[in-house]
Design a protein around this ligand. Structure first.
Ligand code: 1PR
Length: 559
């Protein structure tokens, strides 16, 4: 059988490995185009993926001499599909980068989401439903499917519709915008099909095959948009990974960050003394299982990253490479994202560390200890940005949406708010001596070291430094199965506008319902309850759905 070939533009931004894995899964071989001379003239089907800053991406197109050849390609009638910033580049411009000109196929500019009413970036699973009178659908799109979006700028639907584009609309808390569009040979999605599970693979497949399904006229009007449109509640599975005592990488899980068996130790704090490291399974296998069960994202945390090892040999890279071959939802990697010095003395910047992870299949990096140190420096320096922190450098190159900050706080009780200079909250979980107030102290190195910085200070600082999302743990709650720390979560939500992932304490599906109903969190994460096999990810989603919450429920094995 002849090899099926697809050409993909490679501007060396973001996670192209996942796209190529998705295309391989569909039976296609990828030919990368880094320069127009790499075979653009021979391409019959071209994919144009992009992430990060609009201006940066478009400048790169200009610098490599792509603008005119791309216009010529499009005019020739051959199929092209833009993804994310690829779609945005088809527009005339974006308020993200005033003055920078896109390809101008659509005479309109993108605008930033309104940050006063909701979390921005728009991250998560949302719809793309057709709203045109055209009788042909867009490649692979289904009205009831959910797709993975991650972006801060959006295109209005009116101008593309006026100019004859078939448009699929997405609605983020009242702001409607282009989820996908198509006209003749040009197709583009704001969402990432390669990260949208089986629904996204279907979009890629129909584009590659050039099939468009017809749909009935009843589904063509904007009024027909169903109530299940909108952003779903994200359920994330988290895998804490480390080497066990035999040197094998395992998924582990502790309580209050102590991952060793209790049988031979009396330790109750995080340390490396005590019993054996708990072994709850193999990272790649578990990640795949959670994907098939419907996890909306999978997060890997390398929890002993502070132990020195050459970057190129970090076993997490291989875990990402393997996982991204079969798991088509976003992957986050945390642990050790900072400036490092390899054992041979080679200095590697945090940006290069992150780039290595992105190239291996990660979509987001999660920064823990380094973010705390950077935030401390930020306040010592009169709240000025240096431009050199890991968050700033990675966010500039890959976009804020690729930078998560993982927070590991501990509760500190006080009798009165005046007992500390830190931001306190009144708490219903009284302290050991009946204290009615608490503040949350930041820690580094997986809870091993406490710092004189509270969580509110941290999250405000990192949002300014370019973090796009907060992964909010709580050491007091970790592994307790007693539910999330709702007070902490709402307090953080109130302080910032970037999305928050609630973490630590999930023990049953009811806890997920509780955190989504009683706080405004954007996502919730579970670890131990899934690893120990007490519940499946699907159990949580079914429970949320039964209680009227919107979740993504299309998984690979039921389509
Ligand atoms: O500091 O940038 O190198 O990153 C290290 C990362 O490793 C941080 O994200 C930190 O949270 C994580 N980490 C370090 N030590 C531990 C440990 O457990 N000893 N794990 C650790 C953090 C917390 C959550 C956990 C939830 C949910 N694990 O990821 O999965 O608490 O658990 P549950 O649902 O079972 O309650 P850096």
């Amino acid at each position: 059988m002849p090899v099926k070939l697809v050409h993909v533009l490679d501007l060396e931004s973001g996670n192209l490995r996942s796209l190529s894995n998705a295309l391989n899964k569909l039976g296609y071989e990828v030919q990368w185009i880094k320069q127009p001379s790499d075979g653009l003239d021979d391409a019959q089907t071209l994919i144009f993926p992009g992430v990060g800053n609009f201006g940066h991406f478009v400048s790169e197109l200009h610098a490599r001499g792509f603008v005119e050849p791309l216009k010529k390609y499009i005019a020739s009638g051959r199929r092209i599909m833009g993804i994310c910033v690829g779609l945005q580049t088809f527009f005339a411009g974006s308020s993200e980068s005033p003055g920078v000109k896109g390809l101008g196929l659509i005479p309109a500019s993108l605008q930033k989401f309104d940050t006063t009413k909701k979390s921005v970036p728009h991250i998560g699973w949302n719809s793309a439903a057709a709203v045109t009178k055209d009788t042909e659908g867009l490649y692979g799109l289904r009205e009831n499917s959910k797709y993975y979006y991650i972006h801060s700028y959006r295109a209005d639907i009116d101008i593309p519709l006026e100019h004859g584009w078939t448009v699929a609309v997405c609605d983020y808390k009242g702001e409607k915008f282009v989820g996908a569009l198509q006209k003749a040979n040009v197709f583009a999605t704001q969402f990432h099909p390669e990260k949208s599970g089986v629904a996204g693979l279907r979009v890629l497949k129909e584009f590659l095959e050039g099939q468009r399904l017809s749909f009935s006229s009843s589904s063509l009007q904007i009024q027909s948009l169903k109530s299940n449109l909108g952003l779903t509640k994200r359920v994330i599975a988290c895998l804490d990974v480390r080497a066990n005592d035999d040197g094998d990488l395992v998924v582990t899980k502790g309580d209050q960050y102590d991952v060793r068996e209790k049988s031979t130790t009396t330790s109750t704090t995080a340390n490396d003394a005590g019993g054996k490291v708990r072994n709850l399974g193999k990272p790649v296998e578990l990640a795949e299982r959670y994907y098939l069960e419907g996890a909306d994202e999978v997060t890997f945390l390398n929890i002993t990253s502070f132990k020195n090892c050459p970057l190129a040999d970090t076993p997490m890279l291989e875990i990402l490479r393997k996982t991204s071959e079969t798991v088509f939802v976003p992957l986050t990697i945390g642990g050790g994202i900072r400036d490092i010095v390899d054992p041979d003395g080679t200095k590697i910047s945090a940006l290069d560390v992150a780039s290595t992870y992105f190239a291996s299949g990660a979509d987001k990096v999660s920064i823990g200890s380094d973010a705390v140190i950077a935030a401390e420096f930020f306040y010592q320096n009169g709240q000025t940005l240096t431009g050199t922190t890991a968050m700033e450098t990675i966010s500039r190159a890959y976009g804020a949406q690729a930078v998560v900050v993982s927070v590991d706080p501990k509760r500190v009780y006080v009798k009165s708010p005046s007992d500390t200079t830190h931001h306190v909250i009144p708490t219903s979980q009284l302290g050991p001596n009946g204290e009615e107030y608490a503040w949350y102290q930041c820690t580094i190195k997986g809870g091993r070291e406490t710092r004189d910085l509270d969580v509110r200070q941290l999250v405000i600082a990192v949002e300014k430094m370019g973090a796009g999302e907060i992964l909010l743990n709580c050491i007091d709650k970790d592994g307790t199965n007693s539910g999330f720390d709702l007070e902490l979560i709402q307090d953080v939500k109130d302080a910032i506008s970037i999305p928050v992932i609630a973490s630590s304490g999930a023990g049953k599906p009811e806890h997920f319902l509780q955190v989504f109903e009683q706080t405004t969190t954007d996502a919730a994460l579970g670890a131990g309850m899934f690893h120990r096999g007490e519940y499946k990810v699907g159990d949580v989603k079914d429970y949320l759905s039964q209680h009227g919450l919107l979740v993504r429920n299309e998984v690979e094995n039921n389509v």
